[in-house]
Structure formats: structure tokens, C-alpha cells
Design a protein around this ligand. Sequence first.
Ligand code: PMP
Length: 395
Amino acid sequence: MTDAALQSRKADFPGMVTADGQPWHYLDSAATAQKPQVVIDTVARALGADYATVHRGVYSRSAEMTLGYEAARRRVAQFIGGQEDEIVFTRGATEAINLLAYSYPEKGRVLLSELEHHSNIVPWQLAGWQVDVCPITEDGQIDLDAAEELLTTEHTMVAFAHVSNVLGSVVDAKRAADLAHAVGAKLLLDGCQAVPRVPVDVAALDCDFYAFSSHKLYGPTGIGALWGRAGLLAAMPPWQGGGAMIDKVGFANTTYAPAPQRFEAGTPAIVEAIGFAAACDYVSGIGLEAIHVYEAELVRQTREALRGMNDVTLYGPDDSAGIVSFMMDGVHPHDLGTILDEENVAIRAGHHCAQPLMEKLGISATARASFGIYSDEEDVAALIRGIERTKRIFG
Ligand code: PMP
């Protein structure tokens, strides 16, 4: 039974109907979340009546926009329990991880896991780290016993998904932090799928860096954040050069602004930052504890229905955070996705930017249904009806 207060959230989202006004069963929130009207209105205002550049203008509109942009930084920091000078605005989680991989001064060995998104694999490879891989357990959790065995004093970083975008499994972050710290390494959590689904407090998690994107948290695209402990960010050299990240520029010598401005070269994503903060307000107003419980119930209903079908394989743990991956015997996930689309049900089919995980599971793709705060039992029912129809089509 789902929570009635949360069911009504669908009305906050103008994108939840099809072009001809039919209900749209959007089950691809792990890819990107729909936007509530309040975020759309905030972005429209920032792009319109409030719009000006930040940090440079001497006129009042620019000064106000600067206050708004820096207030957004404070809001985003507060959302994950951090301090404002610990938030670097980036284009998204991908850029946040690239920034860390390139700029972290002690490049050495990094321990990743088999379930990582490509964004938490390729940056480390490109930046020249030696990559080691921690296996996952049968039920799709990062195997922290194995991590304990694998970690050495040569590791300077451990980088794990807080929540898997394919399996929905949630890592025991505190234990991962303890293991990393025991060998002198730092812990980065890729929080892309966690921030919309589980309460996040970086102090309680005891991680050192946290990366996430606004667009999965009901905010605009084009912005995300790298949170890092102030002392660690202060020790990192700049990554990209340009305006706004400097202290003084000369041809002989250039000095840089302190963190986080040091990592924000160029005119920032002003409007997007303000929309990001509005999304934090919206989600906090509902409460992540409630969202987590609500999505857990939708996951339970979906897994129960799919478990009742003997030609469906389920992946991930039963207590997955808002994400259900599965395969139907004899039906490629792309075919399933196409048939479901005819029923106004939108799922994701593919490798979900986690090819090493697909290889581990011995498959090339899964079908994935992922929930948001606008999802409800009718969406689950529409999914199950669509799967039944697909079965009939494929005989
Ligand atoms: N990590 C995970 C776990 C993700 O799910 C995603 C997005 N699918 C990313 C990283 C990358 O996020 P973005 O594309 O917003 O940079």
C-alpha cells in the first residue's frame, strides 16, 4: 500500500502526460527525473526577470544574481549535510568524477567495483590511475569483505556507487569509508542514484568526496556537484583554466582563487544552479525518508509481480532503492521497451552505461524500471499489463 500524500505528487509534474493527454507511465527516473512545476517556474524566473551574470557586475541585478547563485551553493551543500565552501558546481556527476580523477594530487591506485557506471570507470583510466576492481556478491552488493582483502597502502582512492543504477543496491558506505581510511585512502561515493532516493548526510557516511547530478534529483540538466572535504579540495590544483577561477593573471605568473571557485572556470550554469537549489527544496519538503519508504513499496510490488512469472529473471536485491532490472526469456529488452512504449510505459533497455556489470552477469542488456516521487501503483500495473501483452505477442 503506497502513501496517499506521495501519490498526489504526480500533479506537480506537467511532463507526466503524453502529447495527446493520456497518462504517461514514466519508469525511467534513474536516467533522468521529470521536473516539478516549481522547478520549472524557478528556472523561468531566473532566465527571465532575474537574469544577469554573476560575480562580475557592479549593477544591482548582477549582485542579486550572485547572491542567488551562492545561496544555491549553500542549499545544495545543506541538502547533503556539507558546508558551502565544499561544493564545486560541475556539469554533472560525470564532470565531478573527472575533476577528481584529474586533480587529486596523489594519483595512484583506485579501487572501483564491478557495478560502476562508466562515469566512475573511464575518468580514472583516462587520468592514468591504476584501476583495481572489487567484485559484487550474488545479490548485487559491492562485496566489502573482498574490498578489505584487496585494499593496500598503495590505494589512494576508493570510488563506489552509493546506489547502483542497474541493481538499486545500496553500499554500506560507512564500512567502505572505514576500509578506505584504514589503508590511508579516500572514499568517493558516486551519489547519482542515491540523492533522489535515500537520505544522504556526508558526515554520517564518513566519505571524503560525493558526486551527484541535479537532473536525477528533479532539477535541471547541465549542473551537478562535487562535494569534498574542505582540506582536500584546498590541496587540489585547478583543473580547467579561464575566467573566475583566478586570483591574479600575468604572462609570467598566474595565481588561483581558493576552492571551490578555483574549479569553476568560466561563466557558470547560473540558472541551472538556482533550479538545482529549488529541486533540493522540493525534495526536502517531501522528505527523503518518506520517498525511500514509498519507492520501496513500488519496488516490492514490481518484484513480487515479476517473481510470479516463471520466464522472468530478476536482478539485484529485494531491498533495491527504486530500481528494478529484469530480463524476459526470449524477448530482447529493446523489443520489450518498444512494445511497452505503445502502452505509454517508458522503461530503459540496454547496458545502462555499465558494460562490465553486464559482462559479470553474462548478459548484454536488461530491462529497467525505475521510480520517482510521481510513480504510483497504476504505473506498476501498466508495466505488468505491458509485459503480459509482450508475452502473448512472443507466444
Ligand atoms: N553514476 C551513476 C550511478 C549514474 O546513474 C549516472 C547517470 N546515469 C552517472 C554516474 C552519470 O551522471 P551524469 O550523466 O548526470 O553526469
